[in-house]
Ligand binder design. Structure first.
Ligand SMILES: [Zn+2]
Ligand SMILES: [Zn+2]
Length: 378
């Protein structure tokens, strides 16, 4: 750390010395600012929580009785002379970047974010439709995630992915086969739901997904009508249904209950990791849809540039590759070791198959020959 850094790494997490608080700490602390409700960022056991008002419902649903101060986006609170505000990160409902200002300097910690490579607002239908879009915040130092911080990660336009999903569902329905689409229950499931064409057939969700749907609807997010599998009385109607469930339902009794007239459901997985050629086989699913709630390589680059920051600190992801690229841009770059990216979100953990790992390692080596395997994902 250099003198006067507004955020430093400590054993308990990212710490703001003048404000005496942590951002997404992984060990219990007195004061925690929480960027979003994914399990690796929002942990139980802190004394005081500060988070966006948009995330309050999800946070309380996941963490129970916590002492929570909820802030509207852009609202400023002052704590020990540090001005703190939260700004949309475009990742999941309520996700925030944390802006801290002290002594005339501004630092922003991104948490997880989704930003397209297009100028902000230029392609509104490409933003995550289920949360407030990423807002670039000018700062001196930007602490950025880099979950998909490799040039091989470039997302296709969202509307094309939605069209593919609906076409797959429709073809299955015409063949009398249910469709099982798996994605993480908080964030990904709602993003998938938002793009489904309700005219194709009924939409069924797993019991792990519906409480999150309620929290989204309570915040005014439009999602299609959903029902639990147990609520479906006409089982034959499942032949035209799509079912949304977390990755853990694969090969479960719940998934087998989607079998209609002896025809098993077609299954698919939606994740940014599906960009890896080996990933679909690794997940052993019929289809893989490349859809992520994290920025791709061009999105990361554009988001970083939009902050105007002269210094960038990289957290979870391909730190070495990203740091090298930042230095090539003439920026001061470094990295923090965090415990993010180890959430139960299938999204955040890179595929562990040998084939997928080789593919990523090859891509890392191609980008940063001098750093070698140290740039490989954890
Ligand atoms: Zn997240
Ligand atoms: Zn994360």
């Amino acid at each position: 750390m250099s003198l006067g850094d507004l955020v430093i790494e400590r054993p308990a997490g990212l710490y703001c010395p003048p404000g005496d608080f942590y951002i997404d700490p992984w060990r219990p602390v007195d004061r925690a600012v929480i960027t979003h409700a994914h399990a690796d960022h929002a942990r139980p056991g802190h004394g005081h929580y500060l988070a966006s008002a948009r995330s309050e419902g999800v946070l309380r649903a996941r963490l129970g009785a916590i002492t929570l101060q909820a802030l509207a986006y852009g609202e400023v609170v002052e704590h020990r002379g540090v001005r703190i505000s939260l700004h949309p990160a475009g990742h999941v409902l309520g996700s925030s970047q944390v802006r801290v200002e002290h002594g005339g300097r501004v630092w922003v910690a991104s948490g997880d974010y989704f930003a397209t490579a297009a100028p902000v607002g230029a392609l509104a239908d490409e933003d995550n439709l289920t949360c407030d879009p990423f807002e670039p915040v000018r700062c001196d130092c930007f602490i950025t995630e880099s979950t998909f911080g490799l040039p091989i990660y470039r997302w296709r336009p969202q509307r094309e992915v939605y069209a593919d999903i609906n076409a797959w569902w429709s073809a299955n329905a015409d063949a009398g086969r249910a469709s099982l689409l798996m994605g993480y229950s908080f964030g990904k499931a709602q993003r998938l739901l938002a793009g489904l064409d309700e005219r194709i057939g009924p939409i069924v969700v797993h019991a792990a997904v519906e409480p999150l749907n309620r929290a989204y609807r309570a915040e005014g997010v439009r999602l299609p009508t959903t029902q639990l599998l147990s609520e479906v009385t006409d089982k034959a109607s499942l032949a035209r249904a799509i079912a949304i469930g977390p990755p853990s339902v694969q090969d479960s009794a719940w998934a087998r209950a989607l079998t209609v007239g002896g025809i098993e459901a077609s299954d698919a997985f939606a994740s940014g990791w599906m960009q890896l050629r080996g990933a679909r086989r690794w997940r052993a699913v019929d289809r893989g849809f490349v859809m992520s709630d994290h920025a791709d390589w061009p999105g990361l680059q554009r988001a970083i540039a939009a902050t105007g920051a002269e210094r960038v600190i990289v957290t979870h992801g391909y730190e070495a590759v990203m740091v090298r690229w930042l230095e090539q841009q003439g920026l001061q770059a470094g990295s923090f070791r965090t415990e993010f990216g180890r959430e139960d979100a299938a999204e955040a953990a890179p595929p562990q198959s040998a084939e997928a790992a080789r593919e990523v390692t090859a891509a890392v080596d191609a980008e940063a020959p001098e750093t070698g395997p140290t740039g490989a994902p954890r």
